[in-house]
Design a protein around this ligand. Structure first.
Ligand SMILES: NC(=O)c1ccc[n+]([C@@H]2O[C@H](COP(=O)([O-])OP(=O)(O)OC[C@H]3O[C@@H](n4cnc5c(N)ncnc54)[C@H](OP(=O)(O)O)[C@@H]3O)[C@@H](O)[C@H]2O)c1
Length: 237
């Protein structure tokens, strides 16, 4: 019998990450997740257990290389291999550039850009040794479309897209494929906490999970390296 494939989803405690966790578990992966705190991870694992999913996870601050290293290595050790890494953990702070605190700017860049870099840096050697793997980075359409107030978030996602494309070129020869998903607005706490009340037209977290599931089951001679995922009926401007 084939060995169970192993996936790691950063920021898998809620929102889009949680939908990706559920989807990959349904597709037969042994799934590991990370979150910021012990408590958020424990709460998420208990919720998944109630749903009948045996998901494992660890707290790991995406901004800290040591946390990301320990996370990747623990998942690979406990799972016995590492086939898929989804860099999903992310935050946004939104303010006009001249009112943006440097600390907030740094936090967004460190979470959304350095976090994926650290995880890729430590996952790639493990995947290479294991004969290959797939890395999906969750960027955003904010990675190609700038908007007022988005100096930090746009910068982080534009940069993540450039990072992903370059890293994909570095790693593909070793069988490590990489792709980026650029979702438009998704109905998660994120949009509620940023004041967007009407979520009826938005993408669902499950739509992003569907894109991730499609990417990782693509025949291994091909890489669909970027998916722009748009709501079909956004409010007309
Ligand atoms: N929602 C949207 O409209 C939208 C659109 C396009 C792209 N995206 C991207 O999709 C991703 C997920 O967004 P979401 O809407 O699902 O967000 P969310 O509901 O706010 O969830 C964020 C997730 O990231 C984790 N996280 C945040 N900072 C972290 C850190 N420093 N270390 C480790 N984990 C951290 C959180 O963990 P805790 O539970 O421990 O806090 C949580 O699991 C982000 O990269 C976001 O930029 C979102």
């Amino acid at each position: 019998m084939a060995e169970t494939r192993v996936a790691l989803v950063t920021g898998g405690t809620r929102g889009i990450g949680a939908a990706i966790v559920r989807r990959l578990a349904a597709d037969g992966f042994a799934v590991f997740l990370s979150g910021r705190t012990d408590e958020s991870v424990r709460t998420a694992l208990a919720r998944f257990a109630k749903e009948g999913l045996s998901v494992r996870g660890f707290p790991a601050d995406a901004r800290r290389e040591e946390d990301q290293r320990r996370l990747v290595e623990s998942a690979a050790r406990e799972g016995g291999r590492l086939d898929v890494l989804v860099n999903n953990a992310g935050i946004g702070h939104f303010a006009p550039v001249d009112q943006m605190e440097p600390e907030r700017f740094r936090e967004v860049l460190e979470t959304n850009l350095f976090g994926p870099f650290y995880a890729v840096r430590h996952a790639a050697p493990i995947m290479k040794k294991g004969g290959g793997g797939f890395i999906v980075n969750i960027a955003s359409l904010a990675g190609v479309n700038a908007f007022a107030g988005g100096a930090a978030y746009n910068a982080s996602k534009f940069a993540l897209l450039g990072f992903s494309e370059a890293a994909m070129l570095d790693l593909r020869h070793a069988g490590v494929r990489m792709a980026t998903v650029l979702p438009g607005s998704v109905a998660t706490d994120w949009n509620h906490s940023h004041g967007n009340q009407d979520a009826s037209w938005m993408l669902a977290p499950e739509d992003v999970a569907e894109a991730v599931a499609d990417l990782v089951r693509f025949p291994d001679r091909a890489i669909a390296s970027r998916i722009d995922l748009r709501p079909s009926r956004p409010p007309k401007k």
